[in-house]
Design a protein around this ligand. Structure first.
Ligand code: ADP
Ligand code: MG
Length: 258
C-alpha cells in the first residue's frame, strides 16, 4: 500500500515546453524553503530537472531507470543537491530504453507504484515526479504512482485542447489502478498580463475548470528562464524575482491544503 507520507505529485502535460520542469524545480525549491523535505524524481530522459538542480550528467551513476527496473528506491539511487531539503533521483537518456523495455513488460504501468510501495521514503514530505512531454509509459507510471497531478498550462492558444486529452488519460489511470488520483490543480505558466491571449486563456480555464485552476499564475519572467543555465531554481538564482515569488505563492496554496 502507498503510505500517507510522502505525498507524491506528478507534474505532467503531454505538451513540451509548457513549464513542467520549471514548475517541478521551483515548486520543490519553494516547498523546501518552507522547511519540508522534497525528493525530485526526473522521469524525462532529457534530464532537464536533474541539470536544473545542479546534477552533472557524468555524475549520474544511478538514475530513475534503476528505480524502474528495480524493486525499491535504494539509498544509493538518491543524490543530495546543493539546495537544503531537496534530494534527487536524476535521469539520463538511458531512461528512453526503460520506456521501450517497460512497454513490453507485464504490469508495465504499475512498476513505479510497486517500487514506492516497497520503499521507505518517510523522511520526505513530498515527492515530485517531473514527467516527459508525452503520455508514454513513463508518464502513465507516474500517474499511477502519484496521489495527485499538477498540470502546468502554458498561457497560449490551443492550451486547453491538449488538456482534454490529458484529463481523459487521468480517467483511464483511475480505471487502470489508481482510483484515488486527484488533480491537485492546473497552473497557468508564462502568463503575461499585458497579453490579451494570456487573459483569454485564463478566463477560459477558470470558466471550464473552476476551482481546479490555482489562484496563483506564474508570470513570464526572464529570471525564470535564465536560472537553468546556472543549474539552479529561480528561488536560488534570484530569490526576490517575480518568478520566485510566484512559485512561493503556488507552494503556499498547496501547503495550505494539507
Ligand atoms: P517542459 O518541462 O514542459 O518541457 P520547461 O519547464 O522546460 O517545459 O520550460 C520550457 C522553456 O520555457 C524553458 O526554456 C524554460 O526556462 C522556459 N520557461 C518556463 N517557464 C517560464 C516562465 N514563467 N517565464 C519565462 N520562461 C519560462
Ligand atoms: Mg521538461
Amino acid at each position: 500500500m502507498l503510505q500517507i507520507k510522502p505525498k507524491i505529485f506528478a507534474i505532467a502535460n503531454q505538451k513540451g515546453g509548457v513549464g513542467k520542469t520549471t514548475t517541478t524545480l521551483n515548486l520543490a525549491a519553494a516547498i523546501a524553503e518552507a522547511g519540508f523535505k522534497v525528493l525530485v524524481m526526473d522521469l524525462d530522459p532529457q534530464g532537464n530537472a536533474s541539470t536544473g538542480l545542479g546534477s552533472h550528467a557524468d555524475a549520474r551513476e544511478f538514475t530513475t531507470y534503476d528505480v524502474l527496473i528495480g524493486t525499491h528506491v535504494e539509498p544509493r539511487f538518491i543524490q543530495k543537491t546543493d539546495i537544503e531539503n531537496i534530494d534527487l533521483v536524476p535521469s539520463t537518456t538511458d531512461l528512453s530504453s526503460a520506456d521501450i523495455e517497460l512497454a513490453s513488460a507485464k504490469n508495465r504501468s504499475e512498476k513505479l507504484r510497486k517500487v514506492f510501495g516497497n520503499s521507505d521514503l518517510s523522511k520526505y514530505d513530498y515527492v515530485l515526479l517531473d514527467c516527459p512531454p508525452s503520455l508514454n509509459v513513463l508518464t502513465v507510471n507516474a500517474l499511477i504512482a502519484a496521489h495527485a497531478l499538477i498540470i502546468p498550462l502554458q498561457s497560449e492558444f490551443f492550451a486547453l485542447e491538449g488538456l482534454s486529452q490529458l484529463l481523459m488519460s487521468v480517467r483511464e489511470v483511475r480505471d487502470l489502478g489508481n482510483p484515488d488520483l486527484r488533480i491537485e490543480g492546473v497552473v497557468l505558466t508564462m502568463y503575461d498580463a499585458r497579453n490579451r491571449l494570456s487573459l483569454q486563456v485564463e478566463e477560459d480555464a477558470r470558466e471550464n475548470l473552476g476551482e481546479l485552476v490555482f489562484k496563483t499564475v506564474i508570470p513570464r519572467n526572464v529570471r525564470i528562464s535564465e536560472a537553468p543555465s546556472f543549474a539552479m531554481p529561480v528561488l536560488s538564482y534570484d530569490s526576490r524575482s517575480k518568478g520566485a515569488e510566484a512559485y512561493r505563492a503556488l507552494a503556499q496554496e498547496i501547503l495550505a491544503r494539507r
